[in-house]
Write a protein that binds this ligand. Structure first.
Ligand code: NDP
Ligand SMILES: O=C(O)C1=N[C@H](C(=O)O)C[C@H](O)C1
Length: 249
């Protein structure tokens, strides 16, 4: 496939290597310095776009892909509030889009088991749940998109929780780290060079259950994005990343 990369930072560069190793060709690379090259004509040279840019640029980039009629894989996080609006646009343009807060296979297994675990924990209400995420210090959004997906998986399956609340944990611990009974607390920590670690913690007076995913590097995210681009070929519509997996069968 011919691939256009919107965002050529930490993720874009690894996606390029993995795409080439899978015999794809990169026909366009866009960063903040060459956005003038982001034209319909250039986008249409690609069979698919892979979008890993920033929370501030992702929405207008998606719109450009729809207008150009090119399918798009969206890995950028921080736009969950605009999800319904983008889904409508996708239908309006008869476009193709797959999005995920995390494309790694391991995290998608984690997402699935997290939901099963939350359902099970309805029987054990003396455990209090919280989510912890740790990422590198350059990360622009908090909580991580992955942590939001995890919290939503808990809210959808654990009857006592209806919302999530985020606190950023710093050395002086300025943020209020208490949550209401109906809230899932998400604690965000920022530590140099951490690619992404997510833990679901069920704590009681007697013991603690911890369910954890640790990314050792960014290769799993990048491979997942290329697999998503391959999966999206010849499909129309708006898909969440779980559509790629058959965990329910
Ligand atoms: N879904 C998933 O599996 C994963 C998602 N992510 C998400 O992907 C996003 C990118 O992460 P990461 O690569 O680490 O971030 P980086 O900051 O390393 O890269 C972002 C890139 O976007 C570029 N950029 C800036 N403006 C535009 C624009 N208008 N159009 C296109 N590109 C632009 C930047 O250009 P310049 O270099 O010139 O500043 C930079 O190259 C984040 O939202 C992150 O949360 C990350 C990992 C996995
Ligand atoms: O910014 C990152 O680095 C990551 N972002 C994604 C997120 O917000 O969940 C996925 C991964 O954890 C790395």
């Amino acid at each position: 496939m011919k691939i256009a990369l919107l965002g050529y930072g930490k993720m874009g560069k690894i996606i390029e290597q993995i795409a080439i190793s899978r015999k794809h060709e990169i026909v366009l690379k866009i960063g903040s310095q060459n956005t003038h090259e982001l034209t319909s004509e250039n986008l249409q040279k690609a069979d698919v776009v892979i979008e890993f840019s920033t929370p501030h640029t992702v929405l207008s980039n998606i719109e450009k892909c729809f207008a150009a009629g090119v399918p798009v894989v969206v890995g950028t996080t921080g736009w969950h509030k605009e999800m319904d609006q983008i889904k409508e646009q996708c239908n309006h343009f008869n476009g193709s889009l797959i999005h995920g807060t995390n494309f790694s296979v391991g995290v998608n297994i984690f997402f699935h088991v997290n939901k099963l675990l939350a359902k099970l924990m309805n029987n054990y209400p003396y455990y209090e749940v919280q989510v912890e995420e740790i990422h590198h210090t350059q990360k622009l959004d908090a909580p991580s998109g992955t942590a939001i997906t995890i919290a939503q998986g808990i809210i959808d399956n654990l009857d006592s929780k209806q919302e999530w609340k985020n606190v950023l944990v710093t050395d002086d611990k300025a943020d209020d780290d208490t949550a209401a009974a109906n809230e899932v607390l998400i604690e965000s920590l920022r530590i140099e060079n951490v690619p992404g670690t997510h833990t679901v913690i069920y704590d009681s007076e007697i013991d603690t259950i911890e369910f954890k995913h640790t990314a050792h590097n960014r290769n799993g995210f990048a491979l997942g994005a290329v697999l998503a681009a391959e999966w999206l070929q010849n499909k129309k519509g708006f898909y969440p990343v779980e559509a790629m997996f058959n965990f329910n069968n």
